[in-house]
Write a protein that binds this ligand. Structure first.
Ligand code: FE2
Length: 428
């Protein structure tokens, strides 16, 4: 007896037509044909079942604030930071919670149930940290929300940057963040990493740093991150977010750097939507793409996850909580259009991101938590191509979102009356 059986799913690894049995919120069986009884049966009929999506890099304190107090006229990272600085003194806990909850509703509908968000700790009021801790509690039954103490204006550069970050950690924010390339000098950036890694090691916390989000090929804080990871024994618990300067670095230097990142067991999280939007802004033509070297990092065995970063905020006027949109952009920016590469990028928004976030019980094995999404697509490559409807989203076996399939009705002489974009266009 199962609580739920999902019949006839395709799996990301290519297996087709399997039944999934769910009991007590966990995957209890994966077989060709389950004959046991179930309280609920969902007919998937050849659709793709995926573990719920993970976003390992987001800013939930800024989301849905687009246009407040004004639009970002230049569209640049630096004007975005300045604009956020204008908005920040006016933020209230109530408004932050309300926007975040609205975003979480959208995320659930997109099958996104695991989010790591950076919480700006620059304002000593720490209203952002209060609000995000409240949201973390409010959504815990349907979203795993991880919080990073993020000194947006600099750990050393902001007047109370160092003190506020530690106070946020004392309040319960669970991950140590940083922004070394935004400190006043390269040296202060290096020193900030040293201080932040020491705090993480002493408190037993993971590290997630906005690192080298610049086109400057000499911004090499990622090297310091790798070395500090090894020095403090934090292998597997450190994430380098963005790493865009690696796009512009000298190839010889990178040939030493990537093995060092691998040796350190560091995770890497580019944010393709934001990287392609914000990098290369000082270039005329040709313009650099700015995303870090995804293919090369993956080839060296580095765990690469993909983040969304922004959704309708001072830095980015787009975004939809859809991690397949993120993977779709990575296919283009990274020029990774092969079938195996699309599978790698699908993993980057599912299992790799779960690894970066240190999630337990994630995946499609027996015993894993039944945090699942059924997509209106037959396989992984179609999922990335179509960014299809999330037919069902399950949280520990319970349906938390349901959307009818998109099945356009046509009125064309001699043509079918209805098409299914998720099944009718598969390559023969
Ligand atoms: Fe970010």
């Amino acid at each position: 007896m199962f609580d739920t059986i999902i019949r006839g799913v395709n799996l990301p690894d290519g297996r087709q037509g399997f039944d999934i049995g769910i009991r007590a919120g966990k995957i209890a069986a994966i077989e060709k044909r389950l004959t046991a009884e179930a309280g609920q049966v969902i007919e998937a009929a050849g659709r793709l079942l995926s573990p719920a999506f993970c976003d390992p890099h987001f800013h939930m304190d800024a989301t849905l604030s687009l246009g407040l107090p004004r639009m970002n006229a230049s569209g640049t990272l630096l004007e975005g930071i300045a604009l956020w600085g204008e908005l920040r003194p006016t933020l209230t806990r109530e408004a932050l919670v309300e926007r975040a909850l609205r975003y979480c509703d959208l995320a659930v509908s997109q099958g996104l149930l695991h989010i790591r968000t950076h919480v700006d700790t620059s304002d000593p009021r720490l209203v952002t940290a209060q609000a995000m801790l409240e949201v973390q509690e409010l959504v815990k039954d349907y979203i795993d929300l991880q919080l990073v103490a993020f000194p947006q204006d600099g750990y050393y550069r902001a007047p109370e940057g160092a003190k506020s970050l530690e106070r946020a950690l004392d309040m319960g924010v669970g991950i140590v963040g940083g922004i070394p390339h935004f400190e006043r000098t390269m040296e202060e950036g290096r020193l900030s990493l040293e201080a932040l890694f020491r705090i993480a090691a002493e408190r037993g916390l993971p590290v997630d740093v906005h690192c080298d989000e610049t086109d400057d090929p000499l911004s090499r804080h990622v090297e310091t991150m790798a070395a500090e990871t090894i020095r403090f024994g934090l292998q597997g618990r450190v994430n380098g977010s963005h790493l865009t300067s690696m796009h512009s670095m000298d190839n010889y230097y990178v040939s030493k750097l990537i093995p060092l990142i691998a040796e350190a067991g560091m995770n890497a999280t580019p944010n393709p939507l934001i990287n392609i939007m914000l990098q290369g802004r000082h270039d005329s033509y040709p313009k650099r793409r700015g995303m870090t070297r995804v293919r090369e990092l993956m080839a060296a065995g580095v765990n690469v996850s993909l983040g969304q970063d922004c959704c309708m905020d001072p830095w980015y006027s787009m975004g939809s909580g859809d991690m397949l949109e993120v993977a779709h952009m990575a296919v283009h920016v990274g020029q990774m259009g092969g079938i195996a590469e699309k599978h790698q990028l699908f993993e980057a928004v599912t299992v790799n991101s779960a690894k970066t976030m240190g999630l337990e019980g994630y995946g499609l094995d027996i015993g894993c938590k039944a945090n699942l999404v059924i997509l209106q697509a037959a396989d992984v490559t179609e999922a990335i191509r179509l960014k299809p409807t999330r037919l069902y989203v399950l949280r520990q076996g319970r349906v938390v979102s349901q959307t009818a399939p998109r099945l356009p009705q046509l009125s064309l002489a001699g043509r079918p009356g209805q098409i299914d974009p998720g099944l009718d266009y598969l390559p023969a």
